[in-house]
Ligand binder design. Sequence first.
Ligand SMILES: C[S@@+](CC[C@H](N)C(=O)[O-])C[C@H]1O[C@@H](n2cnc3c(N)ncnc32)[C@H](O)[C@@H]1O
Length: 241
Amino acid sequence: MVLIHVVRGFGTTMRHLKSVKLKKVKGASSHEWLSRQLTDPYVEKAKIMNYRCRSAFKLLEIDDRFKILRPGFVVIDCGAAPGSWSQVAVRRVNSDGSDPKQAQGLVLSIDKQQIFAINGATILGNLDFTDVKSQEILVEVLGGKKADAVISDMAPNASGFKELDNENIIKLCYSVLRFAVQNSRAGACLVVKLWQCGQAKQLENDFSKFYASVKYVKPNSSRSDSAEIFLLGRDFKGLKN
Ligand SMILES: C[S@@+](CC[C@H](N)C(=O)[O-])C[C@H]1O[C@@H](n2cnc3c(N)ncnc32)[C@H](O)[C@@H]1O
């Protein structure tokens, strides 16, 4: 079932955080996970600032540095659950209209999992971004608008095989790149998450065909022991007819 709704209120945020914790505190590595959560300043800060998870700070850092989100912008958040990037995007593009003096943006949040309602975001839950049908729904919801920013924090489920996981995340990146190129306005930007791996250079080269400025970014809030890195393309060159 496709759920599309724009809602008011952050009522589900804390409940969601709790359910995430309960889910994770199982299994052999649960102590490690729990102690890291308890000592991680970004986890605490996320709770205080009412963000659904610590990932919010990665996008905040990227945006503070590169100014990719502005009031009035149309943003597509791929792999949005539980929703902290969308929360950041809503505030920065004013898609909830909380600042009447600024242009009101649009945030479309898509994930293959359920996403609990976010004030000011259009939620497309239970949809695999890589499916053609999901992308058709996104285009339909865009209603003729083009994206100013496509952001992807998508990651595949870990298989336990590094090579396979790397291959899968690169596939997700290319799926986002293809969609962004077809649905962005000239000048737009694209952010994708990947893990540092052999295919990263090719991805960067392919980004450069479409974006005038391309660089890797590792926000301070991205754990230093993680291979996670973000590829940022700015100033989309546009598609020639
Ligand atoms: C690290 S989480 C994203 C966290 C999110 N940025 C936030 O701040 O709340 C990665 C997400 O990517 C989603 N994902 C992975 N593959 C996907 C796909 N093919 N289509 C849609 N979502 C996908 C997962 O379901 C997961 O929710």
